[in-house]
Design a protein around this ligand. Structure first.
Ligand code: GDD
Ligand code: MG
Length: 334
């Protein structure tokens, strides 16, 4: 089974972290996000993954020099310019010579959803495409997908205003596609699968969907990127994973509670770290407070400073002593 994994976006919502590292190469605990996505697909028999690359492709290519990741063979398809989601699928699938039914996934989604069940539904209908759905509280930042009682999709509404969403079930970013879908995507210009291709398939009654209650999070925002990691250490997806890397240095007089501390990060005496992520080599100075926030790789929080309410510091960024930040980005990014 072959899968196209979309990993070419700019990761805008995760700036400044994504200024230096593409979103799916950011760590989720001990390994890059992409490895968890690929491993999840391997469980369902995916042997070949086509990475659909755009922004900062070298971050991926140098990480997997032997073209293997989580036991899966990788093919790199680097877009000459951003082609948006459908354009990217067409470019990557064509580049890899895909000519049979295949999978597509958004590379920033961490999920336990049942790909085999999705594939089975696809086989039991005349669908050209079958997509997984997941329930969310606020559908307005996703693709909203009402279906009839046979699972046929009746509309695909990408990011509607909150009060106009007809359903709380949204596009989970996992698709089974027939190669004929590729012929529907115009070549050589950006095309959105959510705004063009899926609505056209709906009009032709060729799009089906399978609702799933399995674990599902799109890790593309600071809140959800933090959440997926806290969920793993809380054991919300199987056995709890290690929160504190063995090479981290926590002072005996520091308080580190319900947080992830990656390789080589340091927390000095009297500091408090709660519900937070300290990335590799981050440094939290004496008496500083980090709550519900992300300290980027090699970033320094000087003594007595405080970071709260989803403050995010980028690679190597410095927060001056005693500075108090809430919901901030350091450096400020556009
Ligand atoms: N190669 C390539 N080229 N990849 C791209 C491009 C592009 O031009 N644009 C975006 N991507 C990749 C991103 O890196 C990401 O892995 C995936 O496509 C989806 O893009 P996001 O920017 O994360 O989209 P979203 O989260 O706002 O919305 C999408 O995902 C939701 C579920 O997580 C949509 O598919 C929604 O309908 C869906 O509900
Ligand atoms: Mg996303």
């Amino acid at each position: 089974m072959k899968a196209v994994i979309l990993v070419g976006g700019f990761g805008t919502r995760l700036r400044p972290l994504t200024l230096t590292t593409p979103k799916q190469m950011l760590p989720v605990l001990d390994r890059p996000m992409i490895e968890r996505v690929v491993a999840g697909l391997a469980r369902f028999g995916v042997t070949d993954a086509v990475l659909s690359l755009g922004y900062r492709p070298d971050g991926f290519i140098t990480a997997y020099p032997d073209d293997r990741c989580a036991g899966v063979r990788l093919h790199y398809a680097v877009e000459p310019e951003p082609l948006d989601t459908a354009g990217a699928v067409r470019f990557a699938a064509t580049d890899a010579g895909i000519d049979k039914t295949f999978l597509v996934v958004n590379g920033d989604v961490l999920t336990d959803l049942d790909v085999a069940a999705l594939w089975d539904l696809h086989r039991s209908t005349n669908a050209e495409a079958t997509i997984a759905l997941t329930p969310v509280e606020d559908p307005s930042r996703y693709g909203v997908v009402p279906i009839d009682d046979r699972g046929q999709v009746t509309a695909f509404i990408e990011k509607p205003p909150r009060d106009e969403a007809p359903s709380n079930w949204i596009n989970a970013g996992t698709y089974v596609l027939e190669p004929s879908v590729l012929d529907r995507i115009p070549a050589g210009r950006p095309v959105s699968i959510e705004r063009e291709t899926f609505p056209a398939l709906v009009a032709d009654q060729a799009l089906f969907a399978l609702p799933s209650e399995s674990y599902w999070v799109d890790a593309g925002t600071p809140a959800t990127y933090l959440q997926v990691q806290l969920d793993l250490i809380d054991g919300r997806r199987g056995p709890a994973e290690t929160a504190i890397a063995p090479t981290a240095k926590l002072d005996a007089d520091a308080t580190v509670d319900h947080s992830v501390v990656l390789d080589g990060a340091v927390v000095e005496a009297g500091a408090t770290v709660r519900d937070s992520l300290l990335m590799a080599g981050a440094h939290v100075g004496a008496g500083a407070v980090v709550e519900g926030s992300i300290v980027g790789p090699g970033s320094v929080v000087e003594a007595g400073a405080s970071l709260r309410a989803l403050t995010v510091t980028g690679a190597g960024a410095r927060v001056d002593a005693a500075q108090q930040l809430s919901g901030a980005r350091v450096p400020e990014s556009v």
